[in-house]
Design a protein around this ligand. Sequence first.
Ligand SMILES: [Mg+2]
Length: 178
Amino acid sequence: MSFWPTWKVSSIFTVTPAQLLARGKKYVLTDLDNTLIPWNQKDALDQVRDWAANLHQHGIEVIVVSNNNHARVAEALADLPIQFIARALKPLPVGIKRALAKFNIPAGQAVMVGDQFFTDMLAGTFAGVDTLIVSPLVHTDGWNTKINRLLEKPVRHFIRQREWTKPWAKERGHAKFK
Ligand SMILES: [Mg+2]
C-alpha cells in the first residue's frame, strides 16, 4: 500500500467511462465540496448531472462521500440522482467503508476522488481503495480549508512533481493537475 494517491488529474469532469473501465472501476466515490461542486456555488449542477449521467449509461455509479452533515449534502445533491454518505469522518476510513458495505461495492472496483490529500486521499488509502486527487474547483476556500491548504501545499508539490502518483490521463497546459 502506497502512502501517495494512485492517480492525479485536473478535474473529475475529465474522467471518462472508458478510462474508468480500463482500470476496472465501476464505482466513483467522490468528495463533494470543491471536487464535484465549488464550495461557494450551489447552482453549478448541470456539469455534474451530465457527467454522472454519462457514467451511469456505461454502468458506472457515482457516490458522494462527504464530511458534511446529511442536510447539507442532501441539499447540494437535491436535484441529482446521486446517492451519498454524510459525516464520513475523513481521513478515517469509516465513511468509505460504509459506502462499500451499503452499496455492496468490491473495494477493487472503486476509486476515491477528492481535492484534499489529508482528508479524501488518506481516507481512501486507509479504506483500501485506489485514489485520484484533483485540483480544487475554486481556490478561494472557507477558513477551515485554508488552514488545510497550508498543510497540503508541500504535499501537493510532491504529487505534482513526482511520478509516485501517476497521471490519470495525458493533460496539457491549463488542464494539468495543480
Ligand atoms: Mg473537498
